[in-house]
Design a protein around this ligand. Structure first.
Ligand code: SF4
Length: 363
């Protein structure tokens, strides 16, 4: 709220509306090429995909151009594990993974006999970067009485050092399962997601200290301002957001759960605390509803929304074309490491199947 409660409520609302409008005007939107630029790449990409029996799997956070191409070419758009599972189950010889590096690695682990290309190998993730295998392994060694549960947003080496790999939608179920067995847990790498799971389950969890640079920026103060302007809106938040944001959210969930909430809830507007790339899919599944990106900075900041992952943004039609045309940016995972990483991944898949849970998650 920008004015005090002692002032005229209408004037206060008008002032807050102006702030929110200014924020919306300055918020970033996902880059789109114009039709002429798209045409320059689309036909050659389609020809190369046909020649190489290749499929494109794209994350919800990538640009609409890539999401549309994946859908139009019998590829797939989804979260990281859905992408890897689609890649495993499809009959392509080559998978092109538009996302960040750990997603390419997961695809390779699940599809060792397929060629996995990425538009860029530079695209990484703050969670992956902040959890290097040497330090993480030493941390685990220092707490041998704890079972090791890691989020999908980790390197193949960190996955290989773990007992369980989980996505955001199955994490609570897995931790409850371990709690029933009386197990104490090491959780890595996202501290906000870890603390949300710990609070939800009551489990004894030792948390690694890392965060997603996108979700960590969402601000509760700005959200409260926005809710005042849009009283009928529901707040949808990803659990990588800070605890104060989650406390006022109406729905806390993975990307897929956020999309489902937008489809099923009656609210005319949604304030969304996750990467802005998801808006393309949200608008597709609920075209009559309004989606508003959650504020990521205070009123004095120059940037009002940083809700775009810089690494996801490195994927483009141009870089995809270049990778596909010369076979560059191939993902390789050492076979022994992949076999070790597959064990905790398979444990999650089996747990989900046994409990009829959807293994859906996010970046
Ligand atoms: S949005 Fe966050 S969690 Fe996803 S890839 Fe980017 S930095 Fe990593």
């Amino acid at each position: 709220m920008s004015q005090t409660d002692t002032q005229d409520p209408q004037a206060t609302l008008a002032a807050d509306t102006a702030i929110v409008r200014q924020y919306l005007d300055s918020a970033l939107t996902a880059d789109r090429l114009d039709p002429a630029q798209q045409a320059q790449y689309l036909d050659p990409i389609r020809q190369l995909m046909a020649a190489k029996n290749a499929r494109l799997v794209a994350h919800y956070y990538t640009s609409p151009d890539l999401q549309d191409l994946a859908e139009a070419s019998a590829g797939f758009v989804g979260d990281s594990l859905e992408m890897a599972k689609f890649g495993r189950d499809c009959d392509a010889d080559t998978l092109i993974v538009a996302g960040v590096r750990f997603m390419g690695e997961s695809a390779k682990i699940l599809s060792p006999h397929k060629t996995v290309l990425m538009p860029t190998l530079e695209a990484t993730c703050s969670l992956d970067i902040a959890c290097p295998i040497d330090k993480f392994s030493a941390f685990c060694d220092a707490h041998p009485d704890r079972i090791v549960v890691v989020y999908a947003n980790t390197s193949a080496a960190v996955k290989a050092r773990s007992d369980w790999v989980v996505t955001s939608s199955i994490a609570v179920d897995v931790v409850e399962h371990l709690l029933e067995q009386g197990r104490k847990i090491i959780w890595a790498p996202d501290k906000h997601l870890g603390s949300y799971i710990r609070k939800t389950t009551g489990a004894d969890m030792l948390l690694w200290d890392a965060a997603c640079i996108v979700h960590e920026e969402f601000k509760v103060r700005g959200l409260l301002d926005m809710r005042r302007v849009y009283p009928d809106a529901a707040i949808l938040a990803h659990p990588e957001s800070p605890a104060a944001v989650l406390e006022i959210a109406d729905v806390i969930g993975s990307t897929t759960q956020i999309i489902n909430a937008a489809k099923t809830l009656d609210n005319p507007q949604f304030i969304v605390a996750t990467d802005q790339g998801i808006f393309h899919r949200l608008q597709q599944v609920a075209p009559d509803k309004q989606f508003i990106i959650a504020p990521t900075a205070g009123n004095d900041a120059t940037c009002r929304s940083c809700a775009n992952c810089p690494w996801m943004g490195m994927n483009s039609l141009q870089s995809l074309y270049e990778s596909l045309s010369d076979g560059s940016n191939e993902i390789e995972v050492d076979a022994n490491l992949a076999a070790k990483a597959m064990i905790p991944l398979q444990r999650m898949l089996d747990f989900a199947a046994d409990n009829q849970l959807q293994v859906r998650g996010r970046a």
